[in-house]
Write a protein that binds this ligand. Structure first.
Ligand code: BV8
Length: 235
């Protein structure tokens, strides 16, 4: 199966990688929906990753993000991130808000759900500030005085940044091979990028430790950990 996948990779001329939390899991960064250790097994996503949750208890939300930020800050890119970074021809579209692809050497990563390494004004005044992942800040007001600062990520019920979404759509509709790495493919509109790629003629290779919503659309599904499958696949 890996040989067949390598034949497809070598024949492809425009490759896009669409990744999720499973790509960073081998680095010790928690996924969301894994039955063991996934964030959503311990918390209600709507209370921690939604404007309503932030309005109800902003301190709880910022405490959760501080925990995730410290975890990411102490994590290192894994062999999967590095294998992708070595392939500068591959366009990176990720749902991940961590910076591990960038730290592995990837440039111009398209982060459809935003960037956990920064805070922004919750009233969208335009203020954005980088934060120290290893020493994350707490709840504090935006200098504009209109709202608190919150992680510069996309929460449930929030729209994706139009320019970022357009770039992600282009990367997935123009490719002739889409690698789908470490995602349950359950969150929209991001997960719709897989079907879009397929409808535009791309081959689909799924890399996951478990079956996912993308399994049914895959040309090839490589069952295994991203840090173990990507290096031989992309070498
Ligand atoms: C929006 C915050 C509208 C960021 C997150 C249809 C169309 C449009 C919207 C919807 C729709 N249907 C429903 C919706 C609403 C909603 C949605 O999709 N709900 C789902 C739950 C049904 N979508 C939204 O609200 C989106 N916004 O539509 O707005 C709008 C438009 C205009 C104006 C106003 C509003 C916003 C969605 C963004 C949500 N943000 N988190 C953060 O803090 O990080 S969600 C969260 O899920 C993360 O962002 C994450 O990126 C995303 C996807 O999760 P995965 O990455 O797939 O991770 P998961 O844990 O699920 O799976 C891990 C996988 O890895 C597993 O398959 C596992 O087997 C595998 N794995 C584990 N270890 C490994 C591995 N694989 C390989 N190797 C390993 N070692």
């Amino acid at each position: 199966m890996l040989h067949d996948a390598r034949v497809i990779v070598e024949a492809a001329s425009r490759i896009t990688c669409f990744s999720g939390a499973g790509l960073s899991a081998p680095s010790g960064v928690g996924t969301f929906r894994d039955p063991v250790g996934g964030w959503w097994t311990k918390h209600d996503p709507m209370k921690l990753a939604s404007p309503e949750g932030f309005a109800e208890d902003p301190q709880l939300v910022m405490d959760w993000y501080a925990e995730r930020r410290r975890q990411i800050g102490h994590a290192e890119p894994n062999a999967g991130h590095r294998a992708l970074a070595a392939r500068t021809d591959i366009i990176e579209v990720t749902q991940n808000t961590d910076d591990l692809l960038q730290r592995a050497g990837c440039h111009d990563v398209i982060q459809v759900h935003g960037d956990i390494s920064a805070d922004r004004c919750h009233a969208s005044c335009g203020h954005v500030v980088s934060i120290d992942l290893r020493d994350p800040p707490g709840l504090r007001p935006c200098p504009c005085g209109c709202a608190d600062l919150r992680p510069s990520v996309v929460w449930f019920g929030e729209g994706l940044v139009a320019e970022t979404w357009n770039r992600a759509e282009q990367a997935c509709t123009r490719c002739d091979l889409l690698l789908v790495v470490g995602t349950g493919a359950t969150v929209y509109p991001a997960a719709g990028l897989i079907t879009m790629a397929r409808e535009h003629g791309a081959r689909i290779i799924v890399i996951n430790t478990n079956p996912s919503e993308a399994s049914g659309i895959a040309d090839i599904e490589l069952t295994g950990s991203a840090d173990e499958v990507l290096p031989p696949l992309l070498a």
